[in-house]
Ligand binder design. Structure first.
Ligand SMILES: C[S@@+](CC[C@H](N)C(=O)[O-])C[C@H]1O[C@@H](n2cnc3c(N)ncnc32)[C@H](O)[C@@H]1O
Length: 438
């Protein structure tokens, strides 16, 4: 069972805990809220950071070895390794496994995609600090921003004390040691950031002021994104990473977010796209949590961010909860659905599909995979029923949804391909129907 889900006695000692768990697994148990005794316990000296070697081209590390590295690697026309420009460098503390995975990505260090124009401003958002707002109408699927992160670090607290933590410390004290050590380990990265990027990092919000996290870790915990593509998947490792950006860190949470975000390995960027039409001056939002649950559970998930959400769904939970439950049930009924494998021989009833579509839209859940599923099934079902206008309509919507998930640069091209494939499929079906009629 992951340590995170266990109820451990904070007064249990390190010696007792080590019988069943590794020290590093305690780093996953980051405390939040107001903690009484923070800082290094008496008698524990501050961690001394040993000199750090940076070697961009070196790859022969053990999978689990954690290394400091500046990414992404970029190559000149002759194929020689050159760094990215200062303002486009990401400072990382990652495993040897992940460094190799990044290095083996085709076209790594690709150009950062640029949106067609500037579409947002950062300004005050009532009761939420700063936020991101649309400066024009943004159509669904549009790229709003692609940003190379400031830093990438493990999601857990980290130490280089290696087994040197006294056995008499309590779990709570040990957490505090790990939090302090993490600050020392990550300071190396922050000090390597180009001055404007370093300033941008320290200007980020920090909602972890009273739990023992230092100014660096507090900001990382407040602002980091996590992505499946950036995980340690080598045997025996399951570590996730926290990816901290500058502008994208200003995205506030909503339980009905109007954007998708994804990690694009070749350009080494986090990419933000509109999940539905966003009106000028509307706040641009993302989600920090799992959306497919009722308001009370969402509030629990938001507690570590010190957020009491008052989005429309939370504020009107008596109306919203039944709709969310309908979406959750729909996803359960269709669990195991594989995109692109819609069975043209099946003829799902249009009524329940249209009802599911309307519920997702009413709940503002366009950014979920369930919504993509509804769109693809609707597209197929309309085609099967010979409803050409609605097939086109849902094919277009599904194309936009898919684009936002996959993020290929040429949006109209991908859509065109999808429509052509669909047209071909419909003409085959028409021919089949004709053959049946004869
Ligand atoms: C990633 S930052 C977002 C940007 C932040 N508002 C700022 O000023 O830089 C996360 C923090 O913003 C605030 N926040 C984000 N979404 C919120 C919401 N829906 N309601 C209240 N506060 C929110 C919380 O303080 C949270 O810890």
């Amino acid at each position: 069972m992951p340590l995170r889900t266990m109820h451990l006695d904070p007064e249990m000692t390190v010696g007792q805990l080590q019988k069943t768990h590794s020290i590093s697994s305690v780093g996953q148990l980051l405390p939040y809220g107001n903690i009484k005794h923070t800082g290094l316990p008496e008698g524990i000296e501050e961690l001394e950071q040993t000199p750090v070697e940076f070697n961009a081209g070196k790859l022969d590390y053990a999978d689990e070895q954690k290394i400091y590295t500046t990414q992404p690697m970029c190559f000149d026309e002759q194929g020689r390794l050159v760094g990215a420009p200062d303002s486009e460098r990401t400072e990382c503390f990652i495993s040897g496994y992940l460094k190799r995975k990044i290095a083996s990505t085709p076209n790594i260090g690709a150009r950062i995609p640029r949106p067609s124009s500037t579409m947002y401003r950062i300004s005050e958002s009532l009761g939420k600090g700063l936020g991101m707002f649309a400066t024009k109408d943004i159509p669904a699927g549009e790229l709003i921003l692609a940003e190379r992160p400031l830093m990438i670090v493990p999601i857990t607290a980290t130490t280089t004390r290696d087994g040197d933590i006294p056995k008499h410390l309590t779990l709570h004290q040990m957490q505090q040691v790990l939090l302090q050590d993490t600050e020392v380990v990550y300071k190396v990265l922050i000090d390597r950031l180009e001055p404007d990027r370093k300033k941008a990092f320290y200007e980020l919000a920090n909602s972890h002021l009273h739990n023992g996290s230092g100014p660096i870790l507090g900001r990382i915990r407040t602002n980091g994104f996590g992505f499946n593509e950036m995980r340690d998947l080598a045997p025996g490792m399951c570590g996730g990473y926290s990816i901290v950006c500058d502008e994208l860190s200003r995205l506030n949470h909503s339980c009905s977010p109007n954007t998708f975000h994804r990690w694009d390995m070749p350009s080494f960027t986090v990419q933000l796209r509109a999940a539905r039409h966003i009106k000028k001056d509307e706040e641009i939002t993302t989600t920090y949590i799992d959306l497919t649950t009722i308001a009370a559970n969402r509030q629990k998930q938001l507690a570590p961010y010190q957020i009491v959400c008052n989005c429309t769904s939370c504020a009107n939970h008596s109306v919203s909860d039944p709709r969310r439950l309908a979406c959750i049930n729909w996803e359960k009924q269709n669990a195991g659905y594989v995109f692109g494998h819609f069975d043209p021989e099946s003829k799902p009833a249009l009524g329940p599909l249209m009802a599911a579509y309307k519920t997702y839209v009413a709940e503002g859940l366009e950014a979920t995979s369930g919504f993509g599923q509804v769109l693809e099934m609707l597209m197929g079902s309309c085609a099967k029923h010979g409803d050409v206008p609605n097939t086109k309509l849902f094919a277009k919507k599904f194309g936009v949804w898919k684009l936002s998930q996959n993020g290929s640069a040429g949006n109209s091209k991908e859509l065109e391909r999808l429509l052509m494939a669909l047209a071909k499929w419909m003409s085959i079906m028409k021919t089949q129907q004709k053959l049946k009629l004869r």
